[in-house]
Design a protein around this ligand. Structure first.
Ligand code: AP5
Ligand code: MG
Ligand code: ZN
Length: 215
């Protein structure tokens, strides 16, 4: 199963990817998570990416295409993969096509999560993630059992640096200008499936799993 989860910031890409990993046993390739790890480790790439991420703009195509192409060649992608947050521009989509064709692979489906802007802002301002294991939560829609502590590992729950309201607005604008055109791009290839991402997490999961099981 080779799929892309497409959708604006806060649409639920990471939340749904985690469920797919568990049920279908394929890895999640999140460029956002990989870039945040590089920022934490202060690698040269991380230092370069940090400025764009803090501003809510995109890291250069060259950098993200490089990390994804490398990641797709690793053995655990043999059975498939979930791309989360990539591609985000038309040049990234074209580069992905070239990388997959060099590996003699093809995408099965692009799942587009549709969520209204007001709901996205509420999701992002209330999002928390475990400092330790990165598991995601929401203070209202997906709260931990106790306080601000991770159910899985007991780690502290923190907010992402780019989940401040002003940065969120920038990320939304960037999405509409640079990433939304990918819907038409993949619709034209006949592999786009649209999901109502406004539904509760479990219902969205049901819709996504129904699509994946039909492939
Ligand atoms: P990235 O980390 O990819 O961020 P994003 O695309 O803005 O998406 P998010 O991770 O914010 O949202 P999500 O859809 O994963 O939502 P989640 O499941 O967490 O990228 C960050 C930055 O890195 C970019 O701004 C850019 O600078 C850079 N970058 C990354 N990739 C790049 C690329 N390819 N090219 C260039 N630059 C790149 O859910 C959100 C919240 O809502 C959670 O709290 C969750 O619990 C809750 N929730 C989820 N689903 C539901 C539901 N159905 N109902 C109610 N609540 C829900
Ligand atoms: Mg995410
Ligand atoms: Zn944890």
């Amino acid at each position: 199963m080779k799929l892309i989860l497409l959708g604006p910031p806060g649409a639920g890409k990471g939340t749904q990817a985690a469920q797919i990993v568990e049920c279908f046993g394929i890895p999640q390739i999140s460029t956002g998570d990989m870039l945040r790890a590089a920022v934490r480790e202060q690698t040269p790439m991380g230092l370069k990416a940090k400025e764009a991420m803090d501003a809510g703009t995109l890291v250069t195509d060259e950098v993200v295409i490089g990390i994804v192409s490398e990641r797709l060649q690793q053995a655990d992608c043999g059975k498939g993969f979930i791309l989360d947050g990539f591609p985000r521009t038309l040049p990234q989509a074209d580069a992905l096509k070239r990388t997959l064709s060099a590996l003699a692979k093809d995408l099965d489906v692009v799942v587009s999560l549709q969520v209204e802007t007001d709901a996205l802002v509420e999701r992002l301002t209330g999002r928390r993630a475990c400092r330790n294991c990165s598991r995601g939560y929401h203070v209202r829609f997906d709260p931990p059992a106790e306080g601000l502590i991770c159910d899985t590992c007991g780690g502290e729950l923190i907010q992402r640096d780019d989940d401040q309201e002003e940065t969120i607005r920038n990320r939304m604008n960037v999405y509409h200008q640079q990433t939304a055109p990918l819907e038409d791009y993949y619709r034209q290839t006949g592999i786009l499936k649209v999901v109502d991402g406004m539904a509760p997490i479990a219902e969205v999961q049901q819709q996504v799993f129904d699509i994946l099981r039909a492939i």
